[in-house]
Ligand binder design. Sequence first.
Ligand code: PLP
Length: 380
Amino acid sequence: MKKKIETILASIGIKKQDSHGAVVDPIYLSTNYKFAKLGDHPEFDYSRSGNPTRRLLEDALAALEDGKGAVVTNTGMSSVMLLGALVPLGGNVVLPHDCYGGTFRLFKNLEKRGLLTAHYLDQSAEDFPSKVQTIKPNLIWIETPSNPLLRVVDIEAVTKLAKQVNALTVCDNTFLSPALQNPIELGADFVMHSTTKYINGHTDVVGGAVISKTKEHHEKLYEMANDFGITGSPFDSYQTIRGLRTLTLRMQQHNTSALFIAEELSKHPKVLKVNYPGLVSHPSHELAKKQQKGFGGMLSFEIDLEPSKINDFLARLEIFTLAESLGGFESLICHPSSMTHAPLTPEEKIEAGIHENLLRISVGLEDKDDLLNDLLSALN
Ligand SMILES: *Cc1c(COP(=O)(O)O)cnc(C)c1O
């Protein structure tokens, strides 16, 4: 029986074969596992290669993303690197020009070391297909909605284009989670997550995951993750499972509160522009409605203040914390130009549309009126 997402989430690690009959599967911290006799091949032998607690999380993520398997890694960036390692020496990778800062820097550094060529492109531009036809990339990286401008890329269109040039496609689904977007159903070969964000949702574990559409790709990545020694720890996996169980409930609240705040901020005279795909005025509102099951908890806005006054605004906030990262239960605000996107050169920032007066917020699970009032009192 194909189960609904809520059932998958509430069944993770329930009624497994624990010898005491524990309802919730215990955590397996043991680094090694017994062989019954010579020639035996136990399911698990050594925790880097395989661990029962990590496996629970992997199986859940594979089911949620409709993949044939998932590899859980120790950080989101090691999942990005794992996928980058699929590119042959001297190969070409196409990435969004406004992708996550760490991904941007990693592929830039791989290029500097002569391993591959990274092309950062606007994937919604009219000339994007012709550029891809010319580059003939090995891998196309999709990240939608983008960070920090919440631009939406048409996953189905990009994966179709990729097939014409025999490129593999990855979709970084960190901003929406499998509760709100399923890239494999839309044609992607791989889904990548920084599980640090919505998947764990409790701001206490750094982790990553890659889910593959095919068994062959999954087995290859699984072997590579073991070779590289980047698999996630049992403790992190246990914590992440605990957070994951409430994913749909959390995402519903993130959606509701973010839409409310985006709509209210749009009406404020000191707010020049709000970027949130849930707003009818957003350029990719229709596309977001088509490929997403919700608009998510992330938004950004341009504030009508001198850059020197932005610090005063931030200091007046009582609920929002000035910090990087996103996707937790707590509301955060950040200044992409000097924080998350600091690795970009001034030209790259302009090209990506990241201005000095842009602020990004991760809308948490606090009461939505309290959150709005916090922003409004700091603005006024
Ligand atoms: C945080 C993040 C990453 C990197 O993950 P870490 O867990 O910080 O290593 C990659 N992509 C996106 C979209 C992210 O937000």
